[in-house]
Ligand binder design. Structure first.
Ligand SMILES: Nc1ncnc2c1ncn2[C@@H]1O[C@H](COP(=O)(O)OP(=O)(O)OP(=O)(O)O)[C@@H](O)[C@H]1O
Ligand code: NI
Length: 328
């Protein structure tokens, strides 16, 4: 492990045990997240973006089988940690923001309760939050102010249902400023917001990144968001990473035929990758996954050899692509 990586994931494989068999929806996923970097994950619906992140955070249901050669976080191998220790890590040093902010809050508790409760978990690293009775509250009002919520004291007395989705996402971002985790996992955090609010929240993420030095795993459907926010991008297809590289290079010159389709349809139609249905064909069935390149049945460049398993190739600085076209 190099000191520059906050998170290292190797050969992550996740399956759901069903009545008669197991379907693997993530297979052989490798990536690093450097300190202070935003790694974007893009790919069409059902490609395994959420499951990959939730596997690392251990937030999947009981019938899930997660396997990895390595999940190293801040220098420690966490894959084998018992749940009790892992839960503490998740509460203190990792934060999550989901599509639906309502789910991140306990509906019968005030926003202030959430700030106090979460602050307690980081009391070891931030004792100043409990320097006196109201220290955590003053800090909460200050961070709420920094995310554009001027009446923080009032907001702390509110219940989640009294706030809009955009306000709740802001409050969560403020909470992250208060807790200072080293890893933030954001799963399409702007998808349910209207355009103006979405734009504001993306700007807040940019500030979060600059002001906290935290690392981000940022799942998005939206190429313009990826372009604005991400340092590097991983493209997922059918449970695998098919390409990874610096965001600017990858978006300007995608190498994998799937990434090319993704970026092209996104720029032509603007906005959302769901439109990827514009690439003819659809995701293969989990039960009959091609043994070789999983995109081969849809690929305009498919040739002999593509039906064999494809390792990563290295077509440029920092770039990796799982495609035979870049052999040699
Ligand atoms: N709890 C579960 N049990 C069984 N299958 C699941 C479960 N959660 C997800 N899946 C399946 O795993 C696959 C990957 O899903 P995942 O949610 O990771 O996709 P995604 O890339 O995040 O898509 P989206 O962009 O729609 O959020 C899908 O086929 C999904 O139906
Ligand atoms: Ni998802």
């Amino acid at each position: 492990m190099t000191a520059t990586n906050l998170l290292e994931v190797r050969n992550l494989t996740t399956g759901f045990r069903l009545r008669d068999n197991e379907i693997r929806v993530v297979e052989g996923v490798d990536f690093d997240v450097k300190r202070g970097e935003v790694l974007g994950i893009i790919g069409e619906s059902g490609s395994g973006k959420t499951v990959s992140c939730m596997s690392i955070l251990r937030l999947l249901p009981e019938h899930t089988a997660i396997d990895a050669d390595r999940i190293r976080f801040d220098g420690e191998e966490i894959a084998g940690w018992p749940e009790s220790e892992f839960a503490a890590l998740r509460g203190r040093r990792m934060a999550m923001i989901f599509q639906d902010p309502v789910g991140s809050f306990n509906p019968v508790k005030t926003i202030g309760w959430h700030f106090r409760h979460a602050s307690r978990r980081v009391a070891d690293s931030r004792p100043e939050l409990f320097a006196d009775r109201d220290a955590w509250r003053r800090e909460a009002v200050a961070v709420l102010g920094r995310v554009g919520i001027p009446h923080g004291a009032q907001i702390l007395k509110s219940y989640p249902h009294q706030l809009s989705g955009g306000m709740l996402q802001r409050a969560l971002i403020a909470l992250i400023l208060q807790l200072r985790p080293s890893l933030v996992v954001a799963d399409e955090p702007t998808t349910n917001l209207d355009n103006i609010v979405e734009h504001q929240i993306i700007e807040l993420f940019q500030r979060l990144k600059e002001e906290t030095g935290a690392s981000f795993l940022f799942i998005t459907h939206d190429m313009s968001v990826a372009a604005k926010l991400c340092d590097r991008i991983a493209v997922m297809y059918a449970g695998q990473i098919v390409e990874i590289g610096p965001a600017k290079d990858l978006l300007a010159d995608p190498k994998h035929p799937y990434s090319q389709g993704l970026v092209r349809t996104a720029t032509e139609l603007v906005e959302r990758v769901d439109r990827l249905r514009e690439i003819p064909g659809e995701l293969p069935n989990w039960r009959s996954m091609p043994a070789g390149c999983r995109f081969e049945p849809r690929c305009p460049h498919a040739r002999e050899g593509c039906t064999a398993a494809q390792p990563m190739r290295f077509p440029g600085p920092g770039r990796e692509v799982r495609c035979l076209l870049y052999d040699g």
